[in-house]
Write a protein that binds this ligand. Structure first.
Ligand code: ZN
Length: 275
C-alpha cells in the first residue's frame, strides 16, 4: 500500500490558513484522504454541509476534536460538560468519525484536588459510554504530556489511560489515541503501547523540537525534532494498529505562517522519509 494511503492531516495543522471547506478541498487535491476535524471549524461550515463535502471528496474522518473536559467541581458545570459531550457524540456519528479525541480536562481554577479531578473525569466517562455505544462512536482517551496537567488534561500517561480502560471495562466505544508529542518521553512507552493493543484507535504524529518555545503551540514537523518516530510507529504496529497516521502540528512560529499547499507537500515527503 502506498505510504500516503493511510496519511491523515489534523486540520489544526493548517488552522490559521484554511477553513474546513478549504482543508477538505486542499488535502484531497494533494491526494490526502484522511482528516481530523475541529468543532469550531465544523460549526462554521455546518454539519450537513461538512458531511456532504467529506463524502464528495472521499475523506475519512480520523478524529473529531475535542470531547472531554470533564473535571469541573461545580455540579451544574459538570452537567453542562456532559451535555456538550453528547453533542460531540452526535456530531461524530454524523461525520462517521473513527473516534472522538477525548481530552480529560485540567485541575479547575483554585483547586488542588488532582485525585478528585481524575475521579470526576472517570465518572463522566462512565456516564457517556452508553451514549457513545448507542451512536456507534468511539471515545479515544488521549493522554497529554504532564506539563498540561494543570490546565488541559489530568490524564497524563498511557499507563493511566490503560488503567482507566481497565476500570471502565467498555467495548469498542472506548479506545486510546497515541500522540507521539505527549508520550515519547515515557520510559514505559513500549510496555504500555503493547498493553493498549487493540485499544489504540488513533496515532498522531509530529515532532518535539529540542529548542521548543511554547508548551502547546510549537510542535515540529516529523524529522525536525528529537522523537524516534520509526521506533514508535513500530511499537503501535506491533500492537496491532493498522489505521491512519494523523499529522497534528500546532505551530505558531512556523507552520501556521507557511503556504498551506507547501505544508501539505512537506507532510507527504516527511511521511515517507521520517516516519
Ligand atoms: Zn493528538
Amino acid at each position: 500500500m502506498p505510504e500516503d494511503a493511510l496519511l491523515s492531516i489534523n486540520q489544526v495543522t493548517t488552522r490559521e490558513q484554511w477553513s474546513l471547506r478549504q482543508a477538505i478541498e486542499g488535502y484531497a487535491r494533494h491526494g490526502v484522504h484522511g482528516i481530523a476535524v475541529w468543532r469550531d471549524k465544523l460549526h462554521e461550515l455546518g454539519v450537513p454541509e461538512a458531511v456532504g463535502m467529506l463524502r464528495g471528496h472521499g475523506m475519512t474522518v480520523t478524529g473529531l476534536c475535542v470531547g472531554g473536559l470533564l473535571t469541573a467541581e461545580d455540579g451544574a458545570a459538570f452537567q453542562d460538560a456532559l451535555d456538550e459531550n453528547r453533542r460531540v457524540i452526535d456530531e461524530a456519528a454524523a461525520l462517521d468519525a473513527q473516534c472522538i479525541v477525548f481530552v480529560a480536562g485540567g485541575v479547575e481554577g483554585g483547586s488542588r484536588d488532582l485525585k478528585g479531578a481524575r475521579e470526576r473525569c472517570l465518572e463522566g466517562l462512565a456516564a457517556l459510554l452508553p451514549d457513545a455505544a448507542a451512536a456507534g462512536v468511539t471515545i479515544a482517551l488521549e493522554p497529554l504530556h504532564p506539563m498540561l496537567c494543570a490546565n488541559r488534561s489530568v490524564l497524563s500517561t498511557l499507563k493511566l489511560a490503560n488503567e482507566w480502560c481497565d476500570r471502565l471495562d467498555a467495548g469498542p466505544e472506548l479506545g486510546i489515541a497515541v500522540d507521539v508529542y505527549h508520550v515519547w518521553w515515557d520510559p514505559d512507552l513500549e510496555e504500555q503501547i503493547a498493553r493498549a493493543g487493540s485499544r489504540i484507535v488513533a496515532f498522531h504524529i509530529n515532532d518535539w523540537l529540542a529548542d521548543t518555545r511554547d508548551l502547546r503551540l510549537d510542535r515540529g514537523m516529523m524529522g525536525d525534532g528529537v522523537i524516534d518516530l520509526p521506533a514508535i510507529r513500530r511499537m503501535v504496529e506491533d500492537a496491532g494498529y493498522r489505521g491512519h497516521r494523523e499529522v497534528e502540528i500546532f505551530s505558531e512560529r512556523n507552520w501556521w505562517r507557511r503556504d498551506p499547499d507547501e505544508v501539505v507537500n512537506i507532510i507527504k515527503e516527511r511521511n515517507r522519509s521520517a516516519v
